[in-house]
Design a protein around this ligand. Structure first.
Ligand code: PLP
Length: 386
């Protein structure tokens, strides 16, 4: 298409956003016929039973718009799940909304709750949708860096960055890309920081069922902070169906009311047959509670092979990502090293500096281990030769 762009005074709303590193690395992986451990998606199938359920509901005619906030049966099942896991009563009518993946829940919550000039604390390295969502809402991201190898939240620094403009803190546990989880002390610190003010918490818990070594998932829903919190979940991560883009968020009614006003107009509702299918699938608790074990085995399988390599690592405590430090191998920047890895050694990864606002480069790459054992074995073989 030919367009005379000078006649349109288009000032980009997001001038600094470029093509995402995930697309870029996946393109490199394809071009180099490399093993793709960059983007976070499983390369194995989801459950046959789940597919059969989607088919069943499609054939039974569940193909029209779902209710705007989600199929009620599914919301009821989720309310029971949340109650059992985190000990909190949530009302399916007014406190749970089914969304087009966690990404839409995050965007919608931020758009509904953040105003021009509000400050939002973001921990770097951060999942890439937070900052653009804040900016599109007119808010100001305030970055706090987590440093390896433990990536603990530096609460003293957080306290220094809180101002009268702070409206929200975004948490992510288990954390992508670090593979860390918050604990009781972190919840205590958050309580201290938010006591006596009106700061909200957006808690991205999409990896709640990928948590290892018998650790507990500290959901904000299970804490006294639930009254000021929005928790976000993703069925894609739990059911190995990232392409379905279905998730949900849970928040008290006074917050959910505002989130739903935006949800109505940026998606209205989420596809119907999958909601019925997931509802039926979730009736069997084992269908989601077994996922942590499954990914723990994948992590152990991959790390056992990687022991032979020159990379150093702290085993991931959650998510399906593993960070690997390559300082013993190269002094190159992480972006250059990741490019070399995909082009010369045939393994695609994500350089962690891209998740930092200030591009902190600690010589660390992120590898996704949501892959078949065969894929992990081939990747480890290549990585061990470096
Ligand atoms: C931390 C985090 N939050 C949110 C999402 C998005 O989830 P969904 O695919 O359900 O939109 C992802 C996906 O990679 C993620 O890693």
């Amino acid at each position: 298409m030919i367009a005379n762009t000078t006649q349109f005074d288009l000032r980009s709303k997001l001038p600094n956003i470029k093509e995402s590193i995930f697309s870029v690395m996946s393109q490199h992986a394809r071009a180099n016929n490399a093993i793709n451990l960059s983007q976070g998606f499983p390369n194995f199938p989801c459950s046959d039973q789940l597919i059969a359920l989607v088919n069943k509901y499609m054939q039974e005619g569940y193909n029209q718009y779902a209710p705007a906030y989600g199929v009620m049966e599914l919301r009821e099942t989720l309310a029971q799940k949340v109650n059992k896991q985190y000990g909190i009563e949530v009302k399916p009518e007014s406190e749970i909304t089914v969304t087009a993946g966690a990404t839409q829940a995050i965007f919608t919550a931020i758009l509904g709750l953040i105003r021009e000039g509000d400050e939002v604390i973001v921990f770097d390295p951060a999942y890439d949708s937070y900052v653009p969502s804040i900016k599109m809402a007119g808010g100001m991201p305030i970055h706090v860096s987590l440093k390896g190898p433990d990536y603990k939240i530096p609460w003293d620094e957080v306290k220094k960055k809180i101002s009268f403009k702070t409206k929200m803190i975004i948490l992510n546990t288990p954390h992508n890309p670090c593979g860390t989880c918050i604990d009781e002390d972190d919840i205590e610190q958050l309580k201290i920081i938010t006591s006596g003010n009106n700061i909200l918490i957006l808690s991205d818990e999409v990896y709640e069922h990928a948590i290892f070594d018998d650790n507990k998932h500290y959901s904000l829903l299970g804490s006294d902070l639930a009254e000021r919190n929005i928790s976000v979940f993703s069925f894609g991560k739990v059911l190995h169906t990232t392409g379905w883009k279905i998730g949900y968020c849970v928040a008290p009614n006074y917050l959910m009311k505002e989130i739903r006003k935006v949800h109505q107009f940026n998606v209205f509702s989420v596809n119907t047959p999958m909601q019925y299918a997931i509802n039926e699938f979730y009736k069997n608790e084992g269908n989601y509670s077994s996922v942590s074990n499954f990914y723990e085995q994948k992590r152990d399988f991959f790390l056992n092979l990687m022991k032979e390599s020159r990379f150093s690592f702290v085993p991931s405590a959650g998510t399906y990502f593993q960070l690997m430090n390559y300082s013993d191998i190269s002094k190159q920047s992480d972006v250059d090293f990741a490019l070399k890895l995909v082009q010369e050694h045939g393994v695609a990864s994500i350089p962690v500096s891209v998740f930092y606002n200030d591009k902190t480069d600690e010589k660390v790459l992120r590898f996704c281990f949501a892959k078949t054992d065969e894929t992990l074995e081939k990747a480890a073989e290549k990585l061990c030769k470096i």
